[in-house]
Design a protein around this ligand. Structure first.
Ligand code: ATR
Length: 272
């Protein structure tokens, strides 16, 4: 039986074991998937132990994605998308060595384009936030060839830095006070919803918005979703689909089988 796990701190709340158990069953894969709590100063020791006892792959969550990036960069190799993301959420211990990957952005884009049936191609896209979550989304969004991608952030310099990283003339970084235009797709990659804070977004940005997407998720619509709906966004969703699709993408990296995701949505959020 092949062994996988998710490493983080804290980790008890992680839904990954439930998701991967459903994937394994649906695709007839013989594997186990556990939760690993690593001490804040003991991440490397934890992965070395897991790897040396025959573990096949790990998902990495808060706060270890940057350490996992360093680990793969020095002990193995990084995929192109992990390099651009600057973080690793999936480690693969393969016959050819350690591979550090990042499936978060791909998960976001699959959720938008497939589950929400919303194309990004040619669209005006606004990405809110300039931290790790935002950076991980850049490459996969650009692969869809949007018409325009604007990164807006509280600290404008960080938005400009991320935009610079893209080396694309359709990407720019701005501060909230510069938001005047409207956007087709608006993605909240800031951690504003964690603190239940409303973002300083003029209602005009939502005027023609077909999809407002919050990477956060909760039992109730997030503050951002409420704000977007009130301002006229046609559709608002949270990031549960991104969570499921990044897991599916990791499963695919490890097993070379793409698991069906529909039943996971039903399990994690039963419709009443
Ligand atoms: P993550 O890895 O989840 O992206 P992060 O790297 O700490 O976390 O980044 C958090 C992002 O949310 C940042 O862009 C931050 O803005 P600053 O760069 O100005 O700090 C943004 N953010 C957090 N709380 C916010 C709030 N209340 N309003 C607006 N932006 C917020």
């Amino acid at each position: 039986t092949d062994r996988y796990a998710v490493v983080g701190n804290p980790i008890a709340h992680s839904k990954s074991p439930i998701i991967h158990a459903i994937f394994a069953k649906a695709t007839n894969q013989d594997l186990t998937y556990d939760r690993l709590l690593a001490p804040l100063d003991g991440f490397l020791k934890e992965i070395d132990l897991f790897k040396s006892t025959g573990g096949c792959g790990l998902n990495i969550t808060v706060p270890f994605k940057l350490e996992a990036f360093e680990y793969a960069a020095t002990q193995g190799r990084l995929t192109e998308r992990a390099q651009l993301a600057g973080a690793v959420n999936t480690l693969h211990f393969s016959d050819t060595g350690v591979i550090g990957d990042n499936t978060d952005g791909a998960g976001l884009v699959r959720d938008i384009t497939i589950n929400q049936a919303t194309s990004l191609t040619g669209k005006r896209v606004l990405l809110i936030g300039a931290g790790g979550a935002s950076r991980g989304a850049l490459g996969p969004i650009l692969d869809e060839q949007p018409g325009k991608l604007v990164i807006v952030n509280r600290t404008k310099a960080k938005a400009e830095e991320l935009a610079e990283l893209c080396k694309s003339e359709i990407v720019s970084g701005i501060g909230f006070d510069e938001l005047t235009e409207h956007y087709d797709i608006i993605i909240n990659a800031s951690s504003s919803s964690l603190s239940a804070e409303k973002l300083p977004l003029p209602t005009t940005v939502f005027e023609a918005c077909e999809l407002a997407y919050d990477m956060m998720y909760a039992a109730e619509p997030t503050i951002f979703m409420q704000q977007a709906a009130t301002a006229g966004a046609k559709k608002t969703i949270d990031g549960i689909g991104m969570l499921i699709e990044q897991a599916a993408e990791a499963f695919y990296v490890w097993r070379h089988v793409r698991p069906p995701t529909t039943s996971v949505f039903e399990t994690l959020r039963p419709s009443t």
